[in-house]
Design a protein around this ligand. Sequence first.
Ligand SMILES: Cc1cc2nc3c(=O)[nH]c(=O)nc-3n(C[C@H](O)[C@H](O)[C@H](O)COP(=O)(O)OP(=O)(O)OC[C@H]3O[C@@H](n4cnc5c(N)ncnc54)[C@H](O)[C@@H]3O)c2cc1C
Length: 442
Amino acid sequence: MQLKCRFLPQNDGRCGWYELLPPPSASTPLRGEVKADWVVLGAGLAGLAAARRLAELQPNAAIAVVDAKRVGFGAAGRNSGFMVDLPHDLNSHSYTGDQSADRKLIRLNRGAIDFMRAIVQQHSIECDWREQGKLHGAVEGRGVQALETFAKGLSALGEPYRELDAREMKAITGTDFYRAGLHAPGAVLIQPAALVRGLGASLPENVHLYEDSPVREIEIGQPHTLITDLGRLKAPRMVLANNAYAAQFGQLGLKGRLLPVYTYGSLTRPLDAQEQAALGGERSWGLIPADPMGTTVRRMGDGRICIRNCFTYNPSVSTSENRLARVRAIHRRSFERRFPMLPNVELEYTWGGALCLTRNGGTPFGEIAPGVYSAVCQNGLGLTRGTISGKLIAEYALGIESELLDIMLEQPKPQSTPPEPLLGIGVRSTLAWKEWQAGTEL
Ligand SMILES: Cc1cc2nc3c(=O)[nH]c(=O)nc-3n(C[C@H](O)[C@H](O)[C@H](O)COP(=O)(O)OP(=O)(O)OC[C@H]3O[C@@H](n4cnc5c(N)ncnc54)[C@H](O)[C@@H]3O)c2cc1C
């Protein structure tokens, strides 16, 4: 079976998190003919977790990780940095539908946070790791109602939270934009590119990382062969950790089930002392909008503010300069509405990145062809879901049983979607309608 990688990772704007790191040392691309016991395609959260866990469990095995770009350059380094522990469907009427399923998801997410915390501590990874929880902010009546439902759902699950009124929200965020809020303490905030670069730099010795090595073709067989411009890598077992880019693999049953959707971030320059004083509030916080189509905001300890919003359907898994310019204008408006006291603070960086969603929130986790293991599709929550998918796919492939693995295997499989062009029309109009409904939460 041959898989053509028609859609390769592109540059998709300048990601502030990545650009603010020191330049990386020279990369090692894949060259010539290389053999390994395992190959992991993709060095994002899932790929790096899978490679690390395989290496821990099989210290004598040779594990290769191949990525088209530098570690931290892809979506794993482009996100807003919320490691979310709670179920994230703020859209559902009751917040929690099935409490037992929600508790299991919380265990998976917290399993990811525990796994990551241990690595960050063991290797002293400097990624601004902050166990300070997340705020949820509501601007309008609909948002306030959503937060009330969320609070009821959290009470039913026995999860701690604190409701906040407009005055308390202003005391934390400095802005009087939010009518109501809620603080949930379990989320961890990080600088995503710094985290992922630290993960790449601290891999066990039996992991070999090949960067700047776009895989153009994969021959599925015994062994599998990954073909790049300069080399070929052969391995009997492969972990797919290329997330949204796996949507093109119809031969593995993934096409028509995985939806590559983009979302976008912008980062300001650092506020100066006068601007910090004009804003007031606390120096570091992260806020998720009451409406999922609204605006995520982070104020960073270094004085920058990050804005994230807009979703677009991008089946070719890339975006354009025009789109980035339009998004930047939307980010500018979202920023001005929240921070009118900061009229001269420019957005220094704007970028896009790929999410992989499914219609039913399902995941193709498991062995999807002989010797091909899937850890793709995090449904937008890759920091926790990607991490735990990677760790657990390694354990699954090596026959190691655990309660968390059972939970992962119980998750629904992705539902199929209608064919194009119906799919594109459907996804684009749903996103537009939901964005319109989000109103000023955007
Ligand atoms: C702006 C933004 C904000 C977000 N905010 C959050 C958040 O706050 N919290 C959260 O949990 N999630 C967030 N996400 C989602 C999160 O970033 C993703 O879910 C996560 O990165 C998925 O991890 P992954 O390892 O599965 O895939 P990815 O990070 O996408 O990694 C896949 C890797 O595969 C590589 N690859 C693909 N094709 C090839 C090929 N042919 N050859 C070689 N390499 C290839 C890519 O270069 C990439 O490095 C956000 C995403 C964006 C874009």
